[in-house]
Design a protein around this ligand. Sequence first.
Ligand SMILES: [Mg+2]
Length: 270
Amino acid sequence: MEKLKTIKALLFDMDGVLWRGESAIGNLATFFKSLDELALTYAFATNNATKTPETYVKRFKGFGVDITTEQINSSAEVTGSYIANTYPKDTSAFVIGEDGLHSSLAKHAIKIHSTEDIANGAQTELVVMGLDRNFSYDDLSTATLLVQRGATFIGSNGDKSFPFEHGFLPGAGALQAVVSTATGVNPTLMGKPEKPMYLEAARKLNLAPEQICFVGDRLDTDIEGAVNSGMPSILVLTGVATKADLENSSVQPDLVLDSVHDCIALFKDL
Ligand SMILES: [Mg+2]
């Protein structure tokens, strides 16, 4: 609790915290208005690299909440800014991913080479892989050959699977595993629980990690990454993790709340 007294901003996971599928968890408009009144700023973190920030802005709008694209830290956004901040200006990449990843790299002025460019001898320094529901064997072959030749392998996020109505479908991590298996090289990952997601969000908020509280519903991604990044954390019980999971886990948040809405009373009293 002591740790939470110096908090200036909250960083929220979304699914299982703010909504479940299409349904909001409680009144989100009231919730964010209350945070504004407490002068707490906020941003959002998601491993989903397929959607653009604009998609999330629209989604919030549907729940009566006005946010900006800058507040959305998707693993695609983090990948784009990480590359822009880490590699020289003319670095080029081969990308397997959907809209979110392509538009983030384009926004950060990273040159994207197609399979054809590479077949024609274009020098390509990076292989960037996220979930791509239209990938082809050719794409995986190009990525594999580039990594064999020494290209740096970057993954937007390592999620092995993601839920849908009938079970779990292969995620970005499952696709990356094809290239890892073929080359023996594992990707450098950007999304939760890896640090780039947390540190990039902190950089954009212009705060140190210890001034930000992460609010999430999963111990193995949300909370583990927060702990590793030096960010205080709150686990909410509206999503994946249960009280039983918490008892059996070596990863522990600073605080557990029944729902995100309990944050208001908590920070009001601090
Ligand atoms: Mg979640």
